[in-house]
Design a protein around this ligand. Structure first.
Ligand code: FAQ
Length: 311
């Protein structure tokens, strides 16, 4: 990249200007955005699977309708994000192929199974809670299409988080067996939720450049701490305990001290060795292959229309 153009670009970022698709941008900026927005889109789409698993088994018609709407929202989020990525010159087909052949990732959280109905509560409360914590600052991210997609996504995520908390409240205030299910869901989802914010800052390869470009607005550890500080009082309100015996309020720092996740487990999940990793990609591959005739049909129809117009 031309150093003069780079300096001009950085000055625009520093002045808080939005970068739009047709503007000049450094190769690395474009590449980082395609990676982050693409992985975010994949996460929304793969993220439908653990919850989709419970649509037919929701305990009431009302819960079923709510869950169905939530899962549909995740599909919508994936689509806005793929569109934002496409403005950078990559196609949805290429992004999907990169997910399926392992060149792109999706959020580690979705490599974990959803075993009981209480997990729908834990996913909404903790997973959407962590997603919002990360995405609210991204509304101010420097790339216009990404920032604008985040505005709508955050509104919907905040509804999702509240529906999850509502399930937890019902379960935690229910029978002994229901309370046990709620506690078990919290036990299993706590650490995977903390991992969603990414590796510790010292191991975060992209953070410093991404923050200089305002692609990321906070470090991984900052957001993780904010999430813990927000979530512990909510667990107390529910009468549930966070599965961390060393968790305590630190008067001096004004934050909770907590035991960090098992980072070996996190890196194993990133390599595709999570409990549901193989299944998630196989499901995505099947959906992609099964949909080929629809994509082919649409392309053939568009070509026919084009030919009719030019004839
Ligand atoms: N999972 O240098 P960093 C949702 C990778 S919300 C997998 O720190 P970065 C809503 C990272 O890609 C979930 N991989 O990376 C929903 C990099 O590898 P690479 C999605 C992870 O990008 C709720 C390497 O580790 N949200 O879906 C993870 O600066 C309920 C080094 O890490 C977003 O994507 C991870 N957790 O920071 C849907 C938000 N963490 O690419 C359904 C936007 C790190 O070089 C139901 N993304 N890696 O091969 C971000 O804010 C950032 O990308 C971070 C990671 C913070 C996730």
């Amino acid at each position: 990249d031309d150093p003069e153009k780079l300096a001009e670009f950085q000055a625009r970022i520093d002045a808080g200007e939005k970068i739009e698709p047709k503007d000049w941008m450094p190769v690395g900026y474009r590449k980082t955005l395609i990676r982050q927005i693409g992985q975010h889109a994949h996460s929304e789409i793969v993220g439908q699977l653990p919850e989709g698993n419970w649509i037919t088994r929701a305990p009431t018609l009302e819960r079923k309708a709510i869950l169905l709407a939530k899962v549909q929202d995740e599909a919508g989020h994936g689509l806005y994000l793929y569109c934002a990525a496409e403005t950078l010159g990559v196609s949805r087909d290429e992004l999907t192929e990169m997910l399926l052949d392992g060149r792109m990732k999706y959020s580690s959280i979705f490599a974990y199974p959803t075993l009981t109905w209480a997990d729908m509560g834990a996913v909404g409360w903790l997973v959407d809670g962590a997603a919002i914590m990360n995405q609210v600052p991204l509304q101010r991210t420097s790339f216009g299409p990404y920032a604008r997609a985040m505005v709508r996504i955050c509104k919907e995520e905040s509804f999702h988080q509240r529906q999850g908390f509502d399930i937890m409240r019902k379960m935690a205030g229910g029978t002994e067996a229901q309370k046990r299910m709620a506690q078990d869901a919290l036990n299993r989802f706590w650490y995977p939720s903390l991992m969603m914010f990414g590796p510790p800052d010292a191991d975060s390869v992209h953070s410093s450049q991404s923050m200089a470009w305002k692609i990321k607005m906070n470090t991984n550890d900052e957001l993780r701490q904010k999430f813990v500080d927000q979530t512990v009082p909510q667990a107390e309100f529910l009468g549930l305990s966070i599965p961390d015996p060393d968790l305590r309020w630190n008067e001096e720092t004004g934050h909770y001290d907590f035991t960090p996740p098992d980072w070996d487990e996190f890196f194993a999940v990133l390599k595709g060795n999570g409990p549901c990793s193989v299944d998630r990609i196989a499901t995505r591959r099947k959906a992609w292959d099964d949909g080929a005739w629809v994509r082919d049909g649409l392309m053939a129809h568009a070509a026919k229309k084009r030919a009719a117009r030019t004839a």
